[in-house]
Structures are given as structure tokens and as C-alpha cells.
Design a protein around this ligand. Structure first.
Ligand SMILES: Cc1cc2nc3c(=O)[nH]c(=O)nc-3n(C[C@H](O)[C@H](O)[C@H](O)COP(=O)(O)O)c2cc1C
Ligand code: SF4
Length: 488
């Protein structure tokens, strides 16, 4: 299986091709220090054999930032070392630190724009990033990931919205100047065996933002400067963020925020086309730099499919691994049906927005970490006896499924569908006891069943099977009447 194959990212060898992209945990205090809870969060990814663990965005500079890890001073090195030692002791996962610089924001909605910052201040960036990378190296990380995605300083420089009139704005070459210098300087000053990678947007997902054409060119530049991999994100911009009274702007509230963290209404692998396009530009320029794709890739099967098709070289799963850090381990051990599947409800995102500890909605009540596989509940989930729990009805071009909640600790349900007697596939996972399927066609027959799971992912017995076809709908009747009118 490609997913389980090792891969070199510059000087670092990943044991497999699954990555957990950076995800702010809000587990540190405002002091930005690593504590036991932060260590606990990342150790689980290592225990789950995730090939590449990218530790959350950590600030390269001082200044107010709420609960966010920092790497802006040597005093943070011991805590960060505790984190890397614990992860390395748990498995051969490689651990990178994402390093970030951001501009000021205020509760009034005001934000400092890159076009307003003095050039002298921007010119401090290569040194700030390099000092942070050297600290990360000293703390035992295998590499750093330079955060050039979303709404932050390096990303704002890359953006087509960067209208600076000096050598750092407007043209692609100018917009790339400082981010390139950051990468070049960091790469030159850290040890050759230390990894340096870049994360940036493949598509800004805002009006007049850049898309994959320019992102491909950026990727080529970063590859030529020695990036060990390029991790592609999308959107997450201030330009279309919705200001909420009394709160600083959160760059994931508009459409670009949806694109960055696609919710339950988006298709699986929602942004994989972007990775495919950027990878193709890289390869056509003779660059073999690995490409990491993210965006609603929630299962090992989908990950393997993307890798087999050559869409990307590393698969990033953020929320799916937050929900269940043991997803790969369970898959490897043939226990995939014990996975706690992310339902892309984005509760974790709103916790982040409000500076609350980021947890998953599917974890046990009040837990701040995912349960380990051996912490499984022993209470079985049981459907009520002498009752067919699942029913289906067709209405207005869609099929409504309802089921009785089982006894026992069910936190979620996989809804499985088979079309025209074909194999069952997972349509979605949800926490409520009903589901509307609006992606059905007349003339086809559909069978459904529902599988409950508990907070540690253990599946209960599947429900009864219901079989149903759509009848003619109102629109058909209206069309039929129109036909009659025409013939008269
Ligand atoms: C709670 C939360 C915090 C995040 N923090 C970061 C971050 O620190 N740095 C970053 O580059 N992306 C961050 N992201 C974006 C994720 O890395 C990822 O790109 C996004 O969630 C889409 O991937 P997914 O569909 O696998 O979740 C965060 C996402 C979430 C949900
Ligand atoms: S809170 Fe929702 S979106 Fe976030 S990881 Fe859990 S199930 Fe997924």
C-alpha cells in the first residue's frame, strides 16, 4: 500500500505518507509554553503511527496572541524538547514545528495590513524565522514548516491582495521576494539533516485572489530553494471574514474559511484538485518535491486512492486525526471499523475561534484528549428488541431515513448505502438519528443500513436494511401538465 510506504522529504524520511497538519489546540496558556496536556495531544498521534506530525502554529515573535505556542525565545526550548522527546519515544513518527508570524488584530475588527507595515519591519522576518527554526532544531524537532498559508504575514505577502508599491508587492516576483528569502535563509542556517518545508495556499478562494496557476509557480520557486515538501491549504483569509461584535476577526468565517476547513456539505477530498494541479506544475518543471494535500480527506481508503492516482505524495488529515488519532493504526491492524469518524461538524473550529480548548465533539463528555483504543467502553450498543429501528420514506426527490436510538453509549452513526444491489458504501456519518439523502435518482433502487458507534469508535450491530425507490415527483407532474397544455 502506498500510504504505508516511507518517503523522503528533503533530508528526513517519513515512515509512511499520512500527516497530521498543524492544528492549534489552545491547550497552552497565554504564556505560550508547552504543558502536559499539549504533550498528551501529540503523543497520541505518535502512538497512532502518523508518519508526519506537524505541531501547531507557534509564534516566532513576541506580542499578544491568546493561547498559542511560542518559539520566540530560548526560554521555550525545554518545553518543546519535552514534547519532541515524548513523541519520539512513542514511535518513529517525524515531528515538525509549524512556525508563524502574524500582524496585529483588534476586537473592533481592525487589522494591520501587510501594505501598511514598514519595509524595515518586514525585513526582520528572515532572521525571526531562522532564530525560531534553530530553536526548534535544538528542541529535537525533525524539521520546521514555514507557515505561508491563510491570513498571516508571509501569506499576505504572497497574496494577490498585496498591493505594496515597493519591491515586496504587486508582481508575483515581488510578492515571492520575502517568503523566498525566509526559506533560503532558514535552509542555509539550520543543519543539513534538519527538514525545512513550506505550507501555503494553493487557492486563496477569495475574489481577485490567486489560484493554482500562480500557486504552481510559487511551488516551483520553493522547490528550487530546497523545501522538503510543500503542504497545500486553501483560503482562510481576512478579506472575506465576517466580523463578530467584540471579537477579533477570525479568518475562517467566510467562504475562504469554508474552503480551508470544508464542512459536512462539501464533498470528500474537496481540495484535492488543487494539489493535483500544483503537483503537475512542479513535475513539468522537473521538481520532485513531495506535495501534501489536505481538505476533508477522512479515511485511509480515500488517502490510498489519492496516492495511487498520483494526486499528491503525502495525505494530510487534520480533523479526521483529531477525532481519532489512531485511525491509521486501526486500519493497519484490520480494525478500521473501530474508527471514530469525523463528521465535519466544525465544532473544533468554533472552539478555536473562541480561544477555547480544541476538542472533538465525538469525544467523551469533558474529555480534553481522544480516548486511547484500550480505554473503550465495555457497554455494548444494542438496538431495541423486536423492532426494526430503521425506516425510509421518499419525498420530493429525496429519501428520508429515521431510526430509533439504540440502547448503550452510541455517539454516532455510519449511514451505509447500496445502489442497485451494489456494495454498501458509507454515505455519511452523523450524530442525530435521521438523515436526508438528496443525491438519489429515480429508476434506481437504494438500500440503506445504519451502524452505531461509541465514543471509542467501537461499532455496534448494523440496523435492519431498508430498500426504497423514488416515485414520480411534483416537478414531473407539473411537466406532464405542461405537455398536455402544449398538445392542446
Ligand atoms: C481547530 C483547527 C486548528 C487549525 N490550526 C491550524 C494551524 O495552526 N496551522 C495551519 O496551517 N492550519 C491550521 N488548521 C487547518 C488544518 O491544518 C487543515 O488544513 C484543515 O483543517 C483542513 O484539513 P482537514 O479537512 O483534514 O481537517 C486548523 C484547523 C482546525 C480545525
Ligand atoms: S469536532 Fe466535528 S469536525 Fe472537529 S474533529 Fe470532531 S467531528 Fe470532526
Amino acid at each position: 500500500m502506498k500510504l504505508l510506504e516511507a518517503l523522503n522529504v528533503g533530508p528526513v524520511t517519513l515512515p509512511n505518507r499520512l500527516a497530521v497538519p498543524a492544528m492549534v489546540t489552545r491547550l497552552s496558556g497565554e504564556d505560550g509554553r508547552v504543558n502536559d496536556d499539549v504533550v498528551d495531544r501529540y503523543v497520541r498521534y505518535a502512538e497512532g503511527n502518523v508518519g508526519l506530525i506537524v505541531v501547531e502554529a507557534s509564534s516566532v515573535h513576541g506580542g499578544k496572541s491568546g493561547p498559542l505556542l511560542r518559539v520566540s525565545d530560548d526560554e521555550f526550548i525545554p518545553g518543546l524538547r519535552q514534547l519532541t522527546s515524548a513523541c519520539h519515544a512513542a514511535s518513529d513518527s517525524k515531528v515538525f514545528l509549524q512556525i508563524i508570524h502574524f500582524l496585529k488584530i483588534a476586537r473592533s475588527g481592525w487589522r494591520e495590513k501587510v501594505s501598511e507595515v514598514d519595509a524595515e519591519r518586514l525585513e526582520e522576518l528572515p532572521e525571526l524565522f531562522t532564530s525560531a527554526a534553530l530553536r526548534a532544531q535544538e528542541a529535537g524537532f525533525d524539521g520546521v514548516e514555514l507557515h505561508m498559508a491563510h491570513a498571516y504575514t508571509l501569506s499576505s505577502l504572497l497574496s494577490r491582495h498585496n498591493r505594496r508599491s515597493d519591491k515586496y508587492g504587486r508582481t508575483l516576483e515581488n510578492r515571492l521576494r520575502l517568503p523566498s528569502k525566509v526559506l533560503r535563509t532558514v535552509r542555509a542556517r539550520v543543519d543539513p539533516s534538519f527538514g525545512v518545508a513550506v505550507r501555503f495556499d494553493a487557492d486563496e478562494s477569495i475574489r481577485r485572489g490567486y489560484s493554482v496557476l500562480e500557486a504552481g509557480q510559487m511551488a516551483v520557486r520553493f522547490a528550487e530553494l530546497g523545501a522538503g515538501y510543500v503542504s497545500l491549504s486553501a483560503g482562510g483569509k481576512f478579506e472575506d471574514a465576517v466580523h463578530r461584535e467584540g471579537k477579533p476577526l477570525y479568518p475562517y468565517t467566510g467562504y475562504s474559511g469554508d474552503r480551508c476547513m470544508p464542512g459536512d456539505t462539501y464533498v470528500d477530498g474537496a481540495n484535492s484538485w488543487m494539489a493535483e494541479a500544483v503537483k503537475s506544475t512542479l513535475r513539468s518543471h522537473g521538481c520532485d518535491t513531495p506535495v501534501l494535500a489536505t481538505g476533508k480527506i477522512g479515511s485511509a481508503q480515500l488517502a490510498e486512492d489519492l496516492l495511487q492516482r498520483g494526486v499528491c505524495d503525502i495525505v494530510g488529515m487534520a480533523r479526521a486525526l483529531l477525532a481519532d488519532p489512531y485511525l491509521l493504526k486501526k486500519f493497519r491492524e484490520g480494525r478500521e471499523d473501530e474508527t471514530v469518524r469525523c463528521i465535519y461538524c466544525n465544532v473544533c473550529k468554533s472552539l478555536d475561534e473562541n480561544f477555547n480548548t480544541v476538542v472533538c465533539y465525538l469525544w467523551p463528555k469533558d474529555a480534553i484528549q481522544a480516548p486511547r483504543p484500550d480505554e473503550q467502553s465495555q457497554v455494548p450498543i444494542r438496538w431495541p428488541e423486536n423492532l426494526e429501528p430503521l425506516t425510509a420514506s421518499a419525498e420530493a426527490g429525496q429519501i428520508r431515513l429515521k431510526w430509533t436510538r439504540p440502547e448503550g453509549p452510541a455517539v454516532g452513526f455510519d449511514v451505509l448505502r447500496s445502489e442497485d444491489l451494489g456494495p454498501y458504501e458509507r454515505l455519511t456519518s452523523c450524530t442525530r438519528a435521521s438523515q436526508l439523502d438528496d443525491s438519489v435518482l429515480r429508476g434506481r433502487s437504494y438500500r440503506y443500513r445504519v451502524v452505531p458507534y461509541d465514543e471509542s469508535g467501537r461499532r455496534g450491530v448494523p440496523s435492519n436494511i431498508v430498500e426504497i425507490e423514488l416515485g414520480p415527483d411534483d416537478a414531473d407532474e407539473a411537466m406532464a401538465l405542461e405537455d398536455v397544455d402544449v398538445s392542446l
